[in-house]
Ligand binder design. Structure first.
Ligand SMILES: [Zn+2]
Length: 240
């Protein structure tokens, strides 16, 4: 709960935290996280499970770079799907939507369809994987979650502009209040094989933080201070 001194502006341009490798992507890119590498931890904070939502990576990196190493209390993953970030795709390098690849009971081999910004019909097809948990990014993150034993997980996406928390938890309500985003119990459509489905089966509370469709500088202004409280563990609510 202690306060910390923010990294001076002159030094915040460089990511100085030590990276811990937890595996490799399908294309051999390191999968990395920052912060404590033993569990249990309070909150695991992650971004860019969808590679075309990389504003989430930039915002989370900004928060991380403003925090001194000794104040970083919770583990941070800047890009769950680095291949997707590098290719600018929602899916990973195998064309799989990683948020439909999790070995939850509701995983489905049916292709998932999404819509791009400005469209109303979900008509773009992606694979959910050759099997549940088929993708390296899924398997390695699953092992990391089991190793770090987070009391809660916060996963950043864009651009729905809401806080999705099926548990209506204290943590979700706090993020919604801090960001002035609406708190919702679901995103309005079924998500078989999603990370959230798997977390629910494992009794791990998960809050999906959907950044709004605002220019990135505005998102940074309004959301990075909240992210900093979260990754330093200085947010005022318990997490399990
Ligand atoms: Zn997403």
């Amino acid at each position: 709960m202690s306060a910390f001194n923010e990294v001076p502006r002159a030094r915040k341009g460089v990511l100085r935290h030590q990276a811990h490798r937890y595996g490799e992507s399908e294309r051999g890119v390191p999968l990395e996280f920052y912060g404590p590498d033993t569990g249990p931890v309070k909150v695991l904070v992650m971004a860019s499970m969808h590679g075309d939502e990389c504003d989430s990576t930039v915002a989370l990196s900004e928060a991380l770079r403003r925090v001194p190493a000794e104040a970083l209390a919770n583990p941070v993953i800047l890009a769950v799907n680095p291949d997707g970030v590098l290719q600018g795709t929602r899916c990973n390098a195998n064309g799989v939507d990683l948020n439909r690849n999790w070995p939850a009971a509701n995983w489905s081999p049916e292709p998932v369809r999404y819509k791009d910004h400005g469209h109303t019909v979900q008509d773009i097809e992606l694979s959910t994987g050759s099997a549940a948990g088929s993708e390296a990014e899924t398997r390695h993150l699953l092992a990391l979650v089991e190793r770090l034993q987070p009391h809660a997980i916060v996963s950043l996406h864009t651009p729905l502009g809401c806080i999705d928390d099926p548990d209506d938890s204290e943590l979700g309500r706090w993020i919604a209040a801090e960001t002035a985003l609406p708190l919702v119990p679901d995103v309005g459509y079924a998500t078989p094989g999603s990370f959230g489905s798997w977390c629910a089966e494992k009794n791990i509370p998960i809050v999906t933080w959907e950044l709004p469709t605002e220019p990135l500088p505005a998102v940074i202004d309004s959301h990075v201070p909240v992210l900093m409280k979260l990754i330093t563990g200085t947010h005022p609510v318990g997490t399990g």
